[in-house]
Design a protein around this ligand. Structure first.
Ligand SMILES: N=c1c2ncn([C@@H]3O[C@H](COP(=O)(O)OP(=O)(O)OP(=O)(O)O)[C@@H](O)[C@H]3O)c2ncn1[C@@H]1O[C@H](COP(=O)(O)O)[C@@H](O)[C@H]1O
Length: 97
């Protein structure tokens, strides 16, 4: 079983793509898209719907795959919006009862 470090690693890759030109990079293509932030938000919405449909249709493998797409695109949207995932984690920690 993998631990949560993959999310941290992925965040570092996304930041690297934001900071450096990289031909053929999917992340960079979203971050530099002419619609900018809207493109990343559109992808989050799209992947959320695909996740819900897979879950409702009870297709476990597809649901896991769509969940991965959703988490990935959420991180890309954080980058586009200038949100630090650490702030989101702090928010969750602050809600612990
Ligand atoms: N985890 C991912 C990842 N998950 C999904 N995707 C891409 O997200 C897209 C999913 O969009 P869709 O399912 O909507 O497919 P699509 O219709 O072709 O996409 P659009 O044309 O609508 O954008 C696909 O092109 C996938 O390749 C990802 N692309 C990259 N990563 C990670 O990001 C890293 C950096 O990627 P690059 O920026 O491409 O170097 C990679 O090493 C991976 O670790």
């Amino acid at each position: 079983m993998r631990d949560w470090e993959i999310l941290e690693e992925l965040w570092e890759v996304i930041q690297d793509r934001a900071d450096h030109p990289s031909t053929g990079s999917y992340v960079r293509s979203i971050l530099t898209h002419r619609k900018g932030v809207d493109k990343s938000l559109e992808k989050v919405g799209e992947e959320a719907v695909e996740f819900i449909l897979a879950a409702k249709n009870q297709v476990p493998e597809r649901t896991v795959s769509e969940a991965a797409d959703l988490l990935f695109h959420l991180l890309v949207a954080f980058q586009a919006l200038g949100i630090d995932p650490a702030d989101v984690l702090d928010e969750l920690a602050a809600r612990r009862k």
